[in-house]
Each structure stands twice: as structure tokens, then as C-alpha cells.
Design a binder for this molecule. Structure first.
Ligand SMILES: *[C@@H]1O[C@H](CO)[C@@H](O)[C@H](O)[C@H]1NC(C)=O
Ligand SMILES: *[C@@H]1O[C@H](CO)[C@@H](O)[C@H](O)[C@H]1NC(C)=O
Ligand SMILES: *[C@@H]1O[C@H](CO)[C@@H](O)[C@H](O)[C@H]1NC(C)=O
Ligand SMILES: *[C@@H]1O[C@H](CO)[C@@H](O)[C@H](O)[C@H]1NC(C)=O
Ligand SMILES: *[C@@H]1O[C@H](CO)[C@@H](O)[C@H](O)[C@H]1NC(C)=O
Ligand SMILES: *[C@@H]1O[C@H](CO)[C@@H](O)[C@H](O)[C@H]1NC(C)=O
Length: 607
């Protein structure tokens, strides 16, 4: 493991224009005689991207744009734009830099399901065809849900199209000893937020569940199934689900995050590289199907060319994925956005790992990706024969990525440019303002029904696991385990978050190591209600792996959820009722109101 000490990022910023390289690189599968002139990513676009990175102090961006030459089938114009830094030492982004593409991994999962559906020998062996509308209960013995009707009826299509009725429940996910199979067996503890097929609710756990199909049906891991049937045939040689492999190759970008960002108190945070990668080797298995792929603009250009070419290899024209499977997953099933975000856009429908909408009369199919320090967008315009891939290694990079995407699309399709940069800047300002709109804690304080220290202990949820809240009270450390945990430098750092009231507001810290979190912070609001932040820090991982002090990142301080303390009535026992959309429901799903255990999105009962 090599670690490169962080030079002054300010110095790096000054270097940024010099570090920027632009590759008009020809794709390896272009003939040597094809024209090197760049027509898709012009020098105006290069300057525009560089100026965006400077304005937002953003780390890097990797872009690929591709089009098939319709006058000469099998010839593709593929151009790359590589901007800014991939890693904290200033090494530049290249077309081969690996990015965590997060939810853009979902299409690999959806197509893997399609390949299993088309597999005749598998159908013969099972004595039954697998279908898009196969009920998952008939395939996975681990499958059980809280609602029996839903349990029996949920199909593969429902899972792919986010319409099972389950909200995200992302915070229930973590690396389990029993892997994906064990995760599936805990789904029955998760409360639904809608009826089956009532509304669209994005759910990563369903993609995880489907990633178990190759294992259940072929005794093959999902990762090896995708490598065999997708990466291999397409020559996607750098693509991997293995964090260790990507780190060994040294080409994995650092995801930059904004340490101690807390918009509640007007703090933008400090840009820092998340080193090492946010997930550690061995933890990635549970996350592969929903968001685990590490890949490059170069490899993705082959992927998107295959999709534009109706499932056939872009140059050999051999079938990689049957055309009807490529069509099927791009076919809208759920309404993911019932109304257009801007006049030039349409409402959005969702198939399997794919959104579909139109932009100024041009139909497009795309998916975004979002994980700590990485934002990605992979878009194709099937009727215009155009693909645009934009990968950012900045936590705040989403609006830059979207701006650049539209800039390129407007240019290539010959449309009048729209000032997307201004639109997204306005959106950002608004979302920061919304985040800051809080009701202040009542003064004088409205105390809870029991003492704060009576709320400590061990509490359990069947899928989310155990929580042990520790009351921050320097005068009387409650117990040994709590005072050890509370005195660690990282917890002290979390508690030093620049909220002025912090020291006077009764606060709990809860160790909570999950996919996207390491700690919860409960800050007392009024009565039995607390404000919850889901915090993530890599301090412990860095210490365990021997990285120098001071490079750790703390994020999530201005997250906004709620938890209610529920005092026991003898039968039910005490517990914590999480609310305020902790479960991550869909926009149109019903919110739970009122108080008490029965209204908990997620209930942790005392054990
Ligand atoms: C690729 O194969 C399809 C289906 O057989 C065919 O229609 C198309 O013309 C082929 N394209 C090229 C470039 O050979
Ligand atoms: C199809 O199923 C057979 C087993 O019946 C398996 O050997 C093969 O790898 C599968 N291929 C695909 C693409 O799923
Ligand atoms: C599944 O594969 C493993 C090796 O990966 C093998 O040891 C095991 O016997 C196989 N199980 C079945 C049921 O074929
Ligand atoms: C934080 O960032 C915004 C732009 O997003 C900027 O307008 C503001 O001045 C910054 N605040 C501080 C304290 O740097
Ligand atoms: C960019 O971020 C770095 C690291 O947080 C900081 O040192 C520098 O001042 C920032 N530059 C601008 C222009 O905001
Ligand atoms: C805390 O929760 C209360 C009750 O829901 C809410 O009104 C208030 O705005 C929240 N405060 C913060 C800082 O999130």
C-alpha cells in the first residue's frame, strides 16, 4: 500500500490548468486511418470544463463521447476529455483512470438477469424458463418479506423497476458474514412504505438480491458471471468489482469529499481526498449489484457503443446481449419522475437500471451514480446514435457533470446552448437554503419523559442490527465502553462540529458502521424527539491501515432525520423510533406522521 502525502491543495489548484490533459485519443478499435480531428469534444468544451472545475474547486472529470458513423457501419468516432486530478498527488485523470461508477453498475446487473432469462440450457435444467415476471419467491429460498402478500407476488421486474413497495432502507446495509444470502434473509424485518406497484421507490437492496441469481442458479458468483459474459466479450479489461484489484493497479481515482461540511452552520468544508477508497477489500460483495463497479471512461465507451449497437459488439458485430434484452431494460415500467424538471425535459420513466426521457425532442436513456466522492452519468441517445459518459471524483461534482453533459449534447446535436451552469448553481443555492431552514430548539428546553441517561443501552432491529447510544456528558461518563468511544479523536472531532449550541444540547453518539455511515448523532430537540445526523468518517480505517494522522474525512454533519425515544409500557419495552425519512421512501410514497413505536420507519427495541 503506498500513500502519497498530501501537498497543499492550494498549490494543486494553481497547477490545475497545467495538469489538465485532453486526449483526442483514438479508441483502440478504431482503424488507424480514421480521422484524428476532434469534433465531439471541441476545444471550447475543454475550456468550459476547465473553467467549471476552477469555479467550483473541483478535482477531476473524465469524459467520453461516442457516435457510430452511419455511413460506414462498424466505424465509431470516440473521443475522450480528461480534466483535473485523479489523485491527491496531482496525477492527472486519463481515459484509463478507474472511477467508482456507483449506480451505473445497475445496468450490468439488469443485463445479467436478461442473460439468465435467455439461457436455454438453464431453462431446460430447471424445467422452467426464468422470466421478467417470475416471482422471486420461487427462485430464492431466502426471500421473505414483512407483508406476506408482497412476499408472494414480487417479480424480478418489480425489483428492477423499483416498485416492490419497499423504501430504500439503505442504512440497513453492511457487509455480513453470510454475504448477500444473509442480507436477503433480513428483508422481512423492513417495513414497506407503499403497496406493491403503487409507486416508484428506488431500492438498492433489490439489486443486491438479484445479484444472488447467478449464485443460486449456476453456482457462480455475480462478479464472475459479469466478467465472463460482459467484460470479457467487450474487452473491458480494467473493469472490476474488486477494491483490492483496483487499488493494486493504482489507477483508482481518489474520491474527493468536503471534510466537515455543515451547511446548517454555513460551512462548505475543506476538499480532501478520501484515502483509501471508502469501501475496504472484502466489504464490496454486498454492494456489487447495486453499485460496486470500478471502471474507466475507456471501458465504458465500449459498453455504451454495445448498447447503441443493439447489444452487438461495436466492431465485430457479434451479439453480446440479445437485442430484446437491451430493449427490455430500457423500456419504461415505473414513473420515476412524474413531472419534467425543466421545460426542455420530459417526465421520466424507469425500466431496469435505466431512466428514459426526452430532451428537446431527442429521446435519451441514462442512469446516474452516486457514492462517497464519486458522481457519474452515462447517457445515450438511441435515435441520434450518441453516447455521453461523464465521471467525476468530487462529492460536489454532480452539477458540473450534468452541466458538461448538456453542453456536449447541445453542441453535438446542434442545439442552441442553454445556460445549465447557472441553472444548477441556482439549484445548489436553493438546496443549501432549504437545508438551513430549521426550527430552533425550544428555549427553555422541553425535557423528555425520562432522564437522558435512561435512554442508553442496547437496542436491536432485525435488519439494521444493534445500536448502543452513548450520552455525551463529560461530567459523568456513563460506562467504560461509552467513555472510551466518546474520547476517541474522531468522535471529539464530530462533536467539535461548528454548531454553536452543541455543548449545551444533550447529544448521543452511536457507533453505526454501515455502507454509508460510521456514526449516528442524536441531538435533543424537544420532548422525546431528537435530530439525527448519519455521519461517515474514515478515521478508524486510516488508523487501522497505517495512514498518517490528519487525512481523515468527516461528512454527514448536516444530515436531517429524526428519532423519537419511546418509553416502555411494560409489554413492548423501550426503544428508538426512527423517522423523518430515515428509510428513504419514494417522492410519492406516504410519510408516517404522529408519534410512537407504530409510526416508526425503523424501530430499535431494547434487548
Ligand atoms: C450487424 O448484425 C446485424 C444483425 O445481423 C445486421 O443487421 C447489421 O447489418 C450488421 N452490421 C454490420 C456492420 O455488419
Ligand atoms: C447458461 O447456463 C449454463 C448452465 O445450464 C451455464 O453453463 C452457462 O454459463 C449459462 N450462460 C449464461 C450466459 O447464463
Ligand atoms: C459450487 O461451486 C463450488 C466451487 O466454487 C463447489 O465446491 C461446489 O461443490 C459447487 N456446488 C454445487 C452444488 O455444484
Ligand atoms: C460556500 O460556497 C458557496 C458556493 O456554493 C459560496 O457562495 C460561499 O461563499 C461559500 N462560503 C464560504 C464560507 O466559503
Ligand atoms: C480549493 O480547495 C482547497 C482544499 O480545500 C483549498 O485549500 C483552496 O483554498 C480552495 N480554493 C478555492 C478557490 O476555493
Ligand atoms: C429537529 O427536528 C425538529 C422536529 O422535526 C425540526 O423541526 C427541526 O427543524 C430539526 N432541526 C434540525 C437542526 O434538523
Amino acid at each position: 500500500m503506498t500513500f502519497l502525502p498530501s501537498p497543499s491543495l492550494l498549490a494543486l489548484l494553481a497547477l490545475l490548468p497545467l495538469l489538465t490533459i485532453v486526449c483526442g485519443i483514438q479508441s483502440p478499435f478504431l482503424g488507424p486511418e480514421s480521422a484524428p480531428k476532434r469534433t465531439l469534444i471541441t476545444s471550447e468544451i475543454d475550456s468550459f470544463v476547465n473553467s467549471q472545475l476552477l469555479i467550483w474547486n473541483s478535482s477531476g472529470l473524465s469524459v467520453a463521447v461516442l457516435r457510430q458513423d452511419t455511413s460506414s457501419p462498424g466505424t465509431w468516432n470516440i473521443e475522450f476529455g480528461s480534466y483535473g486530478i485523479a489523485q491527491v498527488d496531482g496525477s492527472p485523470v486519463t481515459p484509463d483512470t478507474l472511477f467508482a461508477i456507483a449506480s451505473n453498475s445497475k445496468l450490468f446487473l439488469a443485463l445479467s438477469v436478461g442473460l439468465l432469462i435467455k439461457n436455454e440450457s438453464l431453462a431446460t435444467a430447471r424445467g422452467e424458463k426464468l422470466r421478467w415476471d417470475t416471482k422471486i419467491e420461487s427462485v430464492l429460498s431466502e426471500w421473505e418479506l414483512m407483508d406476506l402478500g408482497m412476499q408472494h407476488e414480487v417479480t424480478i421486474q418489480d425489483m428492477l423497476s423499483h416498485r416492490t413497495g419497499l423504501p430504500r432502507h439503505d442504512y440497513s446495509a453492511f457487509a455480513r458474514e453470510g454475504g448477500v444470502s444473509e442480507m436477503i434473509s433480513t428483508l422481512r424485518y423492513l417495513r414497506p412504505s407503499a403497496a406493491l406497484r403503487e409507486t416508484y421507490q428506488y431500492n438498492n437492496l433489490m439489486y443486491e438480491t438479484l445479484s444472488y441469481l447467478p449464485q443460486a442458479l449456476l453456482n457462480q458468483t455475480f462478479e464472475s458471471y459479469v466478467a465472463e459474459h460482459l467484460f470479457g466479450p467487450l474487452g473491458m479489461a480494467s473493469s472490476t468489482y474488486s477494491v483490492a484489484q483496483a487499488e493494486e493497479r493504482g489507477a483508482l481515482a481518489h474520491g474527493f469529499q468536503w471534510d466537515m461540511q455543515d451547511y446548517l452552520v454555513g460551512s462548505n468544508g475543506t476538499r480532501k481526498a478520501t484515502v483509501p477508497y471508502f469501501q475496504r477489500p472484502g466489504e464490496e460483495k454486498i454492494w456489487a449489484g447495486a453499485g460496486g463497479l470500478l471502471t474507466s471512461a475507456q471501458d465504458l465507451s465500449m459498453w455504451v457503443a454495445m448498447l447503441l449497437n443493439k447489444g452487438r459488439h461495436p466492431t465485430t458485430n457479434e451479439t453480446v446481449v440479445p437485442e430484446d434484452v437491451v430493449d427490455h431494460v430500457a423500456l419504461g415500467v415505473s414513473v420515476s419522475r412524474g413531472k419534467a424538471a425543466y421545460p426542455e425535459l420530459s417526465p421520466v420513466v424507469y425500466g431496469g437500471g435505466q431512466h428514459r426521457m426526452s430532451y428537446r425532442g431527442h429521446e435519451l436513456i441514462e442512469h446516474g451514480g452516486d457514492n462517497p466522492g464519486f458522481k457519474t452519468q452515462v447517457t445515450r441517445f438511441p435515435n441520434d446514435n450518441l453516447g455521453v459518459i461523464v465521471l467525476s471524483n468530487d462529492e460536489n461534482g454532480e452539477h458540473i457533470m450534468e452541466t458538461v453533459k448538456w453542453q456536449i449534447v447541445d453542441h453535438v446535436l446542434g442545439l442552441e446552448p442553454i445556460d445549465w451552469a447557472q441553472r444548477y448553481a441556482d439549484e445548489l443555492t436553493k438546496s443549501i437554503r432549504d437545508n438551513q431552514a430549521v426550527t430552533p430548539r425550544p428555549s427553555p428546553a422541553v425535557l423528555p419523559s425520562v432522564s437522558f441517561s435512561a435512554m442508553e443501552g442496547t437496542f436491536r432491529h432485525g435488519a439494521y442490527g444493534v445500536i448502543q447510544p452513548c450520552l455525551v456528558d463529560s461530567k459523568s461518563p456513563s460506562n467504560g465502553a461509552c467513555s472510551d468511544m466518546l474520547s476517541t479523536p474522531v468522535v471529539q472531532r464530530i462533536l467539535s462540529s461548528p454548531s454553536k449550541d452543541d455543548t449545551t444540547v444533550p447529544t448521543f453518539i452511536v457507533p453505526f458502521k454501515r455502507w454509508f455511515s460510521t456514526h449516528l448523532r442524536f441531538a435533543h430537540f424537544a420532548g422525546n424527539t431528537f435530530n439525527v445526523s448519519v455521519i461517515w468518517t474514515n478515521a478508524e480505517v486510516r488508523e487501522a491501515e497505517g495512514y498518517p494522522e490528519g487525512g481523515d474525512v468527516v461528512i454527514g454533519l448536516d444530515d436531517r432525520y429524526e428519532v423519537e425515544w419511546v418509553g416502555g409500557d411494560g409489554d413492548e419495552g423501550d426503544g428508538w423510533a426512527f423517522k423523518g425519512d430515515f428509510w428513504g421512501k419514494g417522492r410519492e410514497a406516504r410519510a408516517l406522521e404522529s408519534t410512537g413505536k407504530d409510526t416508526a420507519e425503523v424501530w430499535f427495541g431494547r434487548v
